[in-house]
Design a protein around this ligand. Structure first.
Ligand code: AHR
Length: 653
């Protein structure tokens, strides 16, 4: 269809002259509800990639807040580097690092300054909460002058902390900014003599999502909430696997006091040499408790994915011997206890102590990410059998490898059919042609067998453009919209689906395209985001048949369509994609049901330039437009623009 981008762009030039009206007739059968659509159908995939967590969704503004990076002073500046002492304190078997800031002999104030994650985003009029774990190391009472600095390094908020204690002391104070800064900093200066030790320096906006203290960045989490996601998959992605097993994601190290969580290098720090990100670490401030809480706040089912005893097979592929799988089995069983156990259990007690006495009601658990081969199945079996034995109610997600087809994929599918897997995770990062041509992918899948979790997908257009957001162009989004008609129509096979990755910082990304782009102050929804949203906020509870000449609409006449009914809301949702360069006139005959109103709501996503995309500066290039359309009798006439996606909302009796 779009054999290459040049052809697509050529086509654009012709478009204005080819608004030719072609007639297509389709039938929407209102009284023949098909398969149920699970509430989990449209969800979100979260991974700490592209500064998605630290530097992104997790509201912390200080980078390397506990000096735990391999270079303890990475992210920090000081007036005299040599004056700083890095001290590793051994306490109760754990090693904790702190830094000592001494007064300067010159009498000038010594300071430490943190520039955040590519700068700190500070909003005028907003309050920021500073948390310090500090002590007086030498001298008598000391004053710490605390300042937020603006883009021009002038002070935009100021306060003073008086230190008198030689024991570690937690200090909290609020700073109110009198100006906005995109690349702000936090500066802490020692006034007087002596020395001060710092173990932890943290700064959060007071305004966070759901006002949770030291929680999620509000604008980013709001964008997630506006998707009404059915599930939240976390923490990845390849981050689950690690280059080698020492770097795997271990959920037990991400719960308990945030100050105590041990920092780990992020695998996306070194993964792509052309996008090397040396300051990318995981603070785990957004850990498993916070993920569960976020899922709850979003009204989504939590879907954690655990390491299965294998490092990433694209990297070392390191394996845990089968007779040493106990820690991995315990990770799975203990996680279920952490989420669902009552406070008389070890892990349920920890959850209660962390502020959530009620269970999180976990229903799903993924074992492994993009693994393949016997080595995966052997390890999957060991963990899955134990989980099924103890928690038969938990639905397990198993992987099918990194590709949408091929030997590895076929082999895993064949084997998983013989096992007690519940959902098979499929991943596809493909070009727009693949998405258009695969709208019927699931029409031929076996019914009544394993369910599909389309866990990672995105249309990749490979635009050679320096602007990182350009890969999230309208062509990519349109092809996803067409493909998703096939997901919806086959809701009896596909019960979960999520675009990936979710977030990317414009100054610190490793992977593109991504669903939501952001800088330190603002965020922008991509055309792909709006496609996801049009599906997820108009899900319905059952599929309705949409037929053309008795067949499903999956590319004939360049049209794709699916429909659903929401029996509670008494709504019918019809989604139609026109991938043609021609406008289309479509007659939709509504069969076998009555409407409460002849007027229907129409939401249209359209841009004449297939390469158009939204940016932080121009966020409204491709956005949904609302209008009304009136039916004549039982016929809905849809005038579809070339290369457009339309959602029609009908009210039934
Ligand atoms: O979404 C980015 C990466 O793509 C994920 O970490 C991985 O699972 C896949 O290869």
């Amino acid at each position: 269809m779009f054999k290459n981008l040049k052809a697509s762009i050529l086509v654009l030039g012709l478009m204005s002259s080819v608004f030719v009206q072609a007639q297509t007739k389709i039938e929407l059968q209102l009284n023949k509800p098909g398969p149920a659509i699970e509430p989990t159908m449209w969800g979100i995939f979260f991974e700490d990639i592209n500064f998605g967590a630290d530097g992104g969704l997790y509201g912390e503004l200080v980078k390397n807040r506990s000096f735990g990076f391999d270079d303890p002073m990475m992210g920090w500046r000081t007036s005299h580097k040599d004056s700083i002492r890095i001290i590793n304190e051994i306490a109760e078997g754990t090693q904790k690092r702190f830094i000592r800031l001494p007064a300067l002999k010159s009498g000038k104030a010594n300071f430490i300054q943190n520039d955040g994650f590519r700068g700190m985003g500070i909003h005028e009029g907003e309050e920021y909460r500073l948390t310090l774990d500090v002590r007086l190391a030498a001298g008598n009472a000391q004053n710490l002058k605390v300042e937020l600095l603006g883009d021009d390094k002038s002070c935009i908020a100021e306060s003073t902390v008086k230190l008198t204690d030689n024991d570690w002391t937690k200090v909290e104070l609020l700073l109110k900014a009198n100006a906005t800064a995109a690349k702000g900093s936090l500066k802490i200066s020692l006034e007087g003599d002596g020395a001060v030790d710092f173990k932890y320096v943290s700064l959060f906006p007071v305004n966070t999502f759901k006002n949770r203290p030291n929680g999620m960045r509000a604008d980013l989490a709001e964008k997630l909430a506006e998707l009404h996601p059915g599930f939240l998959r976390f923490p990845g992605g390849c981050i689950v696997e690690g280059h080698h097993l020492d770097m795997r994601y271990q959920w037990k190290k991400t719960v308990g006091e945030v100050e105590e969580r041990e920092v780990l290098i992020n695998r996306w720090n070194t993964e792509f040499l052309h996008r090397h990100t040396p300051d990318y670490y995981q603070s785990f401030g957004l850990g498993f408790f916070e993920y569960f809480q976020l899922a709850e706040d979003l009204g989504a089912e939590a879907l954690p994915i655990l390491n299965c005893g294998m490092a990433c097979q694209y990297n070392t592929g390191e394996l845990v011997p089968l007779d040493e799988m106990e820690p991995y089995i315990s990770d799975a069983l203990d996680l279920i206890e952490f989420a669902n156990g009552d406070s008389s259990t070890k892990w349920g007690k920890l959850r209660a102590e962390m502020g959530h006495p009620e269970p999180f009601n976990l229903k799903f658990l993924g074992i492994g990410n993009e693994q393949w081969g016997d080595q995966y199945l052997e390890r999957y079996d060991v963990i899955a059998n134990k989980v099924h034995e103890k928690y038969p109610e938990i639905k397990l997600v198993s992987g099918s490898g990194p590709s949408s087809d091929g030997d590895r994929f076929e082999y895993l599918w064949k084997e998983l059919k013989t096992r007690n897997a519940d959902l098979v995770d499929e991943h596809y990062y493909k070009d727009p042609d693949w998405f258009f041509n695969s709208a019927k992918r699931y029409d031929s899948y076996e019914r009544g067998g394993l369910k599909v979790f389309a866990g990672e997908y995105a249309s990749h257009t490979r635009v050679e453009n320096q602007d990182p957001t350009s890969n999230n162009n309208w062509l990519a989004a349109l092809s996803e919209a067409a493909f998703m008609t096939g997901l919806e129509r086959n809701a009896d096979v596909v019960s979960m689906a999520s675009y990936a990755p979710l977030f990317a910082h414009v100054d610190a990304w490793q992977w593109r395209p991504d669903l939501i782009w952001f800088d330190n102050l603002a965020s922008v929804a991509t055309p792909n985001y709006y496609v996801q949203q049009m599906y997820s906020t108009h899900r319905g509870d059952h599929v309705l048949p949409v037929l053309s000449d008795g067949d499903v609409m999956a590319g004939q006449d360049s049209l794709y369509a699916s429909a659903s009914v929401d029996h509670t809301a008494q709504k019918v949702y019809l989604k139609v994609v026109n991938s043609s360069v021609e406008a289309k006139s479509i007659q939709v005959s509504l069969k076998g049901g009555k409407l409460a109103s002849k007027e229907a709501d129409l939401t249209e996503l359209f841009q004449p330039d297939l390469m158009a995309y939204n940016t932080l500066a121009n966020p409204d290039v491709v956005v949904p437009q609302k209008s009304k359309v009136t039916l004549k009798g039982n016929v809905l006439s849809l005038e579809m623009k070339p290369q457009s996606f339309v959602l029609v909302e009908l009210t039934t009796k």
